[in-house]
Design a protein around this ligand. Sequence first.
Ligand code: FE
Length: 342
Amino acid sequence: MTLTLRSALAGTAVAATLIAAAGSAYAQPKEVNVYSYREAKLIQPLFAAFTKETGIDVNVISASSGLEQRIKSEGENSPADILLTVDIGRLEDAVKAGITQPIQSATLDKLVPARARDPEGHWFGMSMRARVVYASNDRVKADAITYEELADPKWKGKICIRSGQHMYNNALFAAYLAHHGEAKTEEWLRGLKANLAQKPSGGDRETARDVAAGKCDLGIGNTYYWALMKTNEKQKAWADATRVILPTFKDGGTHVNVSGVVLTKYAPNKANAVKLIEWLMGEQAQHMYADMNFEYPLRDGIAVNPIVASYGKMKPDDVPLAKIGDNKKAASELVDKVGFDN
Ligand code: FE
C-alpha cells in the first residue's frame, strides 16, 4: 500500500520534497500528486492498483471544497499534478480558473468519447452517471417518462428533489436549456416547481427515502445512489420501495454527467500524471468504476454492474458536456428567477 493521505500536511512540505528531488541527479521521482474531491473509499483501491502495476506512488490530498483555489494560490510551486472531481461544472470551473493545461494523449482521444471531453483537451471525463427518476413501486405505473413530462400537472405535489442549485440539478437544467432554450426552460422549471411535494432539500438518497415514506411518488436522483442504497443494509428499504426509470429528453437521450480529471498547469510530474489518467481509462480501472461505485464506464465495451444493468439500456443524451458547462450560469439564474428552492 503506497498511497499516502496528506490532507493534514501543508502543501509547502510536499513542495519542498519535490524541489529536493529535482535538485538531485535523479530523473523525475516515481510519484504523482492528486488533489481529489472524490471519496477516498473509491479512489484508494484504484490508485493502489495503479501503483502495483507501475511502481508510481500516488499521493492524495482530499477535500470537499477549495482545491481549485488552493492550486491557484500555490501557483508555480503547486505540487498538484491532477485534480480529480465529479461534475462538468467543476471541471469547467478549474479550466476557467486558469489552473489547467491541455492533455496531449492519443490514447485518451481514442478512448474518451468526444462528447465527454473538452474540445481543447483541458478536461477529460472518466466515468458517467445518469440523472434519473426513482419511482414509487406502489403508486407509479409508468415505466417510461420524459424530462419534459416532469412538469406535467398530473404530477402535482408528487415530486421530491434536492436543491435546484446543486451541481447535479444545475447540469440537468443546463441540458434542458440546450434542448429547449431559455423561455421554455423557465416555463418547465415553474411547472416542475409546482409539482414538488415539498421544498427542495436533502440529497438524492433522501429523495428515495421520502418516496419510500409516501411523501412523494417520484424522486430525482443519480443512478449510482440507487445501487448504493440497494447494497446498504440501512438504506435497502428505500431502494426496494422504488425503481429506477431512465428518463429521456423528448428529442434525445438520458442526461448524464461525468466524473473527470484535469492536468494542472504546472504539474511537476506531468509524464506520470498522464500515465495515471490513461490508466484510469484502462479496462481494470473502468471495471472498478462500474463495480465499486456503480458508475457507467466511459470506455466502450466494459460491462455495467448488474444492478445498473437492471435499470434498462441507457442511451446518453448527445448534447456535449461542454455545452452543458456553457449553460450552467443561465440555468442557475433561472432557478433563482422562478424561486425554485423557496
Ligand atoms: Fe454524488
